[in-house]
Design a protein around this ligand. Structure first.
Ligand SMILES: [Zn+2]
Length: 314
């Protein structure tokens, strides 16, 4: 899931895969896109097959019979030994039970779905339907854990923010990061409390900015090239958005809808709800840092103010 409007990030919206037809996207890596396009999924969820002969699958995808069939066809005559899951949104993990049943592969992930923080009264749960609450990995991975298969090694890289349990996987021999929905070429990701958290997301971007993989293969869209530079763009973009929100608060905007209207110019109407949650994520983070105050815990319906007027008067 993803979305946002921005002209400061060098997005790449190219895409040349056909639904459910596998294609090699990097040496030793095939991609197969599920036929679930939409405003949050772009052309669909990307499933990856790592290796040849004895293979791993990254993000089996939605519980969609055509996708499951196409994925099993793609690995016909091969042995699936491992399944990796980046996070537990319904477009990424619900095909796991069918793929596991058909292949006997072992499932690796950070853990079951969980919220980034406890629920507050007034929290909307409108993205609730997006979570796969049934998912359980066979093996829970911690940051830095490595898993090896036939000709590949994966390093687990915890990257919370989009979800609390989001995990990227570094394919060491290929110098590629499977980045899930944390970093995508076509769009920024959604950071929607209480599922996600802005402070976690920013820390996870900073963590990737210190890594060296030049190419990311993401949960949606084309590969990310020159990835370290791209991550710097994402960091600056969120810092810019935070500055815009502070500016609007300084001008007297006090609630999420008013801020969204002022900050997200030209927003796809289907993404207004997501933009509201992204704004709430910023406000939560600013509140935790003592820069913004609200009455009671931050919520989508709350009213917000700066704790002190900025020197310029806003
Ligand atoms: Zn997601």
């Amino acid at each position: 899931m993803a979305a946002a409007v921005s002209d400061d990030i060098p997005f790449d919206k190219s895409f040349d895969l056909m639904p459910d037809i596998p294609k090699e996207v990097a040496p030793n890596v095939r991609a197969i896109v599920a036929n679930n396009p939409g405003p949050f999924t772009f052309k669909g969820t990307m499933t990856y097959i790592l290796g040849r002969g004895k293979v791993a699958i990254v993000d089996p995808g939605p519980d969609d019979d055509a996708h499951v069939t196409a994925l099993l066809d793609a690995v016909r005559g091969e042995t699936v030994t491992h399944i990796f899951v980046t996070h537990t949104h319904r477009d990424h993990s619900p095909a796991v039970p069918k793929i596991k049943a058909a292949t006997g592969a072992t499932v690796f992930a950070e853990g079951p779905h969980r919220l980034s923080r406890p629920l507050h009264i007034g929290d909307t749960r409108r993205l609730d339907a997006s979570a796969d609450m049934d998912f359980r990995p066979d093996t829970a991975l911690k940051d830095g854990d490595t898993v090896s298969g036939d000709g590949w090694t994966m390093e687990a890289v915890t990257t919370p923010g989009h979800t609390a349990n989001h995990m990227a996987f570094a394919y060491k021999e290929g110098d590629i990061l499977f980045a899930g929905d944390h970093v995508m070429a076509w769009s920024t990701t959604i950071v929607a409390p209480p599922d996600g958290a802005m402070s976690d997301y920013m820390a996870s971007l900073q963590k990737l900015a210190r890594r060296r993989e030049p190419t990311y293969l993401s949960g949606h869209g084309a590969p990310v090239r020159d990835a370290t530079r791209y991550v710097e763009f994402l960091i600056r973009h969120r810092q810019g958005r935070e500055a815009s929100i502070l500016h609007r608060l300084g001008k007297g905007a006090a609630d999420v809808p008013t801020i969204v209207k002022a900050v997200y110019i030209g927003l796809d109407p289907r993404l207004v709800g997501a933009a509201g949650l992204s704004t709430l994520a910023h406000l939560e983070d600013l509140g935790a840092r003592g820069i913004v105050a609200t009455d009671g815990p931050p919520s989508i319906n709350g009213t917000y103010r700066l704790t002190e007027r900025p020197p310029c008067g806003g």
